[in-house]
Design a protein around this ligand. Sequence first.
Ligand code: ADP
Ligand code: ADP
Length: 221
Amino acid sequence: MIRLKNIEKVYRTSTIETLALNSISLEVAKGEFLSIMGPSGCGKSTLLNIMGLLDEPSKGDISVGGESIRDFSDKKIARFRNQKLGFIFQSYHLINDLPVLDNVELPLLYRNVSGDERTRLATEALQKVGLGNRMKHYPSQLSGGQKQRVAIARAIVGNPEIILADEPTGNLDSAMGNEIMEILINLNKQEGTTIVMVTHDENMAKKTSRLVRLFDGSQVL
Ligand code: ADP
Ligand code: ADP
């Protein structure tokens, strides 16, 4: 589904150069639940952002569905990201002055989906994560675990092929973290959604189907 070949990422400022990723080659297969682990600063978020086409590598090649993204226009990349990918972040990234239902409808706004259909799909996504009874609440009225479930509903509302999750349980206690993992595992097993998750929690990583470890920008074999 996503293939990275010899990916290098250098962050440059006028005075500092940081090699964040050093020749990473990695293939994510359809239907797998991959976790990426490693100490803080080893390049996990950089790698996930590159996989999600949110950031460009300094060197190397990325292909999706067999096509190199070098050949994609910016518009095609934006469309791919919107239609095939769903993102989940450690700090939820919800819009606080919109109710839960509107937060979940957001990805559909860019896709010419009618209002009624948006509401139907967002309601269905919220029911899947067990929040059918919180649709009119605002994010500030929810617990951390509930906020992350809203973020999952927003990630799945457009029926993505791949979910990219950056420390989705990082701000949660272990009970709520386990609940979020259960939801992700179900999505992977029942709907066949491919998931790539960054975590520094061995217990969470153990529940996934494959583990990649990074150290200082390189893959640990
Ligand atoms: P992790 O997610 O594993 O904590 P990151 O991918 O965030 O690691 O960062 C990898 C390395 O790249 C770190 O050394 C970090 O300081 C550096 N880095 C990350 N983002 C930037 C940036 N925008 N500018 C400069 N350096 C960065
Ligand atoms: P948890 O124990 O999981 O952290 P909370 O104690 O934060 O959960 O919230 C318990 C319940 O109360 C949740 O279902 C949440 O929706 C509701 N709730 C929390 N804060 C508010 C609020 N400010 N207004 C309305 N409902 C709230």
